[in-house]
Design a protein around this ligand. Structure first.
Ligand code: ADP
Ligand code: MG
Length: 330
């Protein structure tokens, strides 16, 4: 897999927000690579920086947020070197995002068909109206929505159907990858299941990669082939999902999450086995950000940020793995 050209490369990516108390380090030197057709999960407690990273990749950071350091490449192209005009063409045709709330992603006064056609023709100026109509039908078929809903407005659809429309729009221009930021969190469990099945089904026909963001560890472990675990803005571990069967030889935070899996539900996360709370991002603990909560903390953890170590084909940012092969990015 690593022989293929990556669709997404994150190199030492840091994102900060300005706040009254100083810079909020929401994303902290993140390294991650996504290969074609791969589903990679990004998990972490609420506030760990998942959405901020997603917005940074799309170059959609808002307000006081800014890319503080690092490089983001999509299909080899540095996203932050594109002009505004180039970026408009690049977004949705190379990289797309499904936001958590389908309602806010859709235009309430446009029909489903109009929205799909609008996205297509904004990016493909050479596409005729009849070609765009045909493509809109194909896309609705792909997400299993009856074609009668081409004429429906968003409020006439159920929550699950709206999220399917949003997914259809995201893949309309054949992007290399789609970021899905908690795409099913707002939906009930049954609808959530059918959307996840649908995503896997679509992926058999259309070969895009997915960065699937969720706070639900069990869901991500099932869907993704690799999982990245985020804590206080840092990727503390990247592992094959197969290795998550093992409760040991992980970052202590991952081990805590694994032990807590039966306690995770869609709208409430209780992490038993990990006492304490995630740190204040304005005032991160020295050394390893997890050290105040870590059951295996020792002196180095309080003073030095750990290196990334290679464990089998994954990466762990933890002093316990000292002695394993270190991995350095530029
Ligand atoms: N507009 C903002 N201004 C300041 N801080 C923000 C802003 N948006 C998010 N944050 C902070 O950034 C951190 C990461 O947020 P977010 O990326 O939304 O996390 P997640 O998606 O993992 O729940 C949080 O601590 C949050 O308080
Ligand atoms: Mg989020």
């Amino acid at each position: 897999m690593s022989q293929q050209r990556p669709v997404l490369e994150l190199e030492n990516v840091s994102v900060a927000y300005d706040s009254d108390k100083g810079p909020v380090q929401a994303v902290n030197r993140v390294n991650l690579t996504l290969y074609p057709e791969e589903i990679v999960g990004l998990v972490g407690e609420s506030g760990s920086g998942k959405s901020t990273l997603a917005y940074a990749i799309m170059r959609l950071l808002k307000g006081s947020a800014y890319l503080a350091e690092g490089t983001i490449r999509v299909m080899g192209q540095n996203v932050y070197n594109l002009s505004k005009k180039e970026l408009r063409q690049f977004r949705w045709s190379q990289m797309a995002m499904v936001f958590q709330s389908a309602m806010s992603a859709l235009n309430p006064v446009m029909t489903v068909e109009e929205q799909i056609i609008d996205t297509l023709r904004t990016h493909r100026r050479d596409m005729s109206l009849s070609q765009a109509r045909k493509r809109a039908e194909e896309l609705l078929n792909l997400v299993s929505i009856d074609l009668k809903h081409l004429r429906s407005f968003p409020h006439q659809l159920s929550g699950g159907m709206r999220q399917r429309v949003v997914i259809a729009i995201a893949i309309a221009l054949d992007p290399a990858f789609v970021i899905m930021d908690e795409p099913t969190t707002a939906l009930d469990v049954v609808v959530q299941r059918s959307i996840l099945d649908q995503i896997q089904e679509i992926q058999r026909y259309v070969h895009f990669a997915i960065l699937f963001i969720s706070h639900d560890f069990s869901l991500v472990a099932e869907l993704a082939s690799r999982v990245a675990i985020m804590y206080a803005g840092r990727l503390v571990e990247v592992t094959n999902s197969g290795r998550l069967q093992l409760l040991e030889n992980h970052h202590p935070y991952t081990e805590g999450l694994l032990r807590a899996i039966p306690k995770l539900t869609a709208d409430e996360v209780t992490i038993e086995g990990i006492p304490g709370y995630p740190p204040d991002l304005v005032d991160l603990p020295t050394g390893c950000a997890f050290h105040p909560r870590c059951p295996r903390v020792f002196a180095d953890c309080m003073t030095d940020r750990p290196e990334l170590y290679q464990i089998e084909d994954g990466l762990v940012e933890c002093h316990l793995f000292k002695g394993a092969k270190e991995v350095h990015y530029v």
